[in-house]
Write a new protein. Structure first.
Length: 413
């Protein structure tokens, strides 16, 4: 399959935090996601058209195969899905793909209305869009620590949507205290505890990624006149493998004879948290991805400098100066025995689009940090040698004086 990288559509985004309640040690809050239009930074228009892999069709065919069996699933697909609609959604407007939604065929409504499948939020209300009805809507509620009892706990998430753990990655063979893929670790990524060290991992919980991730120290940098630490996600963060104790619990088996691509380096299957939708996450252009899947598509050009995820932090305060989140959305092609359109397809991960989210601290905040933190610390660094010098001169003078008077009072022989 040959892919073409389209010019980017850029959306200015405003995320408004709403504190719903607070007590001394805990804060309840949610965020509201706003897209600001028109898109002045975009190369193209929201009305530009693209053709993408038909994710809703692949998802419903997969669910029907698992729940209804191949024969009945094949019958439903022939009845409800047009031949031209099967593997490609042609000539979609960008606005439809991202926000407005693409109208779905009757097959999707049939599965949902009979309770055969719980459709994911991307497919609600009879339409498919990757940010379906998210614009201007509050996120699920976070409960976070205020840091009053322990400053190092500042901003750490205690629960999300009323739950202290996730339930997408549960492994029945493990005891409850070893379900570490379900743990909600770190903050929401908008701030961190003060006094960040180079040795620590900055942990972030991302609802969109259905998991917690982390960054490790990469290098020091100057961010608009502010000394900063840059943390980057390690290459191994998406190396989901049964042989890797850090990620093996993300390796959920879809069952029903479906391929279990758990040892595909650089990819994470999202079946469990997307109601069976065959979505696979990777870094853009399959960075650090398994060669097997790179060979199945043409047109990818991985570049670590352009496609990695980074956090830029002022280490004394823990204030986030910049975050760059880049992730690619792919769909999985695999054979579904007994379902005619899927009988002889090539197994592959097919890119749909990749997202780059860049958030910078506003200039007024940067100015405040420069004048209230950076400049005073520089003054202290300048004065520190002077203070030590004055103390040293004073001590040396005192020693000399003591020795002088001691010598003057020694008896003459």
């Amino acid at each position: 399959m040959v892919l073409k990288n389209r010019n980017p559509n850029r959306y200015p985004i405003l995320i408004s935090g709403v504190v719903t309640s607070a007590i001394i040690a805990l804060v309840l809050a949610s965020a509201i996601f706003y897209v600001v239009l028109p898109m002045d930074l975009s190369v193209g228009s929201q009305d530009d058209t693209v053709s993408i892999v038909n994710i809703p069709f692949i998802m419903v065919a997969t669910i029907a195969h698992k729940i209804l069996g191949s024969t009945f699933a094949d019958f439903l697909i022939d009845m409800f899905v047009n031949e031209n609609e099967k593997f490609v959604l042609p000539d979609l407007k960008v606005r439809e793909l991202i926000f407005d939604g693409v109208k779905l065929s009757d097959l999707y409504h049939t599965l949902a209305s009979f309770g055969i499948a719980d459709l994911p939020e991307e497919l609600i209300d009879g339409a498919f869009a990757f940010y379906n009805q998210r614009n201007g809507t509050p996120s699920k509620e976070f409960k976070v620590k205020s840091g009053i009892k322990n400053p190092k706990d500042f901003g750490k998430i205690v629960s999300f949507d009323g739950n202290k753990e996730l339930n997408w990655w549960t492994n029945a063979s493990r005891p409850s205290d070893e379900q570490y893929c379900n743990r909600i670790n770190g903050t929401d990524g908008s701030f961190f505890a003060p006094f960040v060290s180079k040795e620590e991992k900055l942990e972030v919980f991302s609802y969109e990624l259905c998991r917690s991730i982390y960054g490790i120290f990469d290098h020091e940098a100057d961010f608009n006149g502010i000394p900063a630490y840059v943390f980057a996600t390690p290459d191994r963060i998406l190396n989901i493998s049964l042989s890797n104790p850090e990620t093996d619990c993300f390796c959920t088996d879809p069952g029903h004879g479906l391929a279990n691509s758990c040892d595909a380096q650089g990819f994470m299957r999202m079946f469990s948290c997307k109601a069976g939708m065959p979505v696979v996450l990777s870094l853009p252009h399959f960075i650090n991805g398994d060669e097997k899947f790179l060979k199945e598509v043409e047109g990818l050009h991985p570049d670590k400098n352009k496609h990695e995820m980074t956090l830029v932090v002022e280490p004394n305060s823990g204030v986030l100066l910049q975050v760059v989140k880049r992730i690619q959305i792919n769909t999985e092609f695999q054979r579904l025995p007994g379902i005619t359109p899927f009988s002889n397809i090539t197994e592959a991960f097919i890119p749909v689009f990749w997202v780059e989210e860049i958030a910078n601290a506003p200039e007024e905040d940067l100015s405040y940090i420069r004048h209230r933190l950076v400049i005073p610390l520089k003054i202290i660094d300048i004065l520190k040698p002077c203070v030590f010098g004055i103390i040293a001169v004073g001590l040396l003078s005192g020693i000399i004086t003591v020795l002088f008077f001691k010598e003057r009072h020694e008896p003459l022989l």
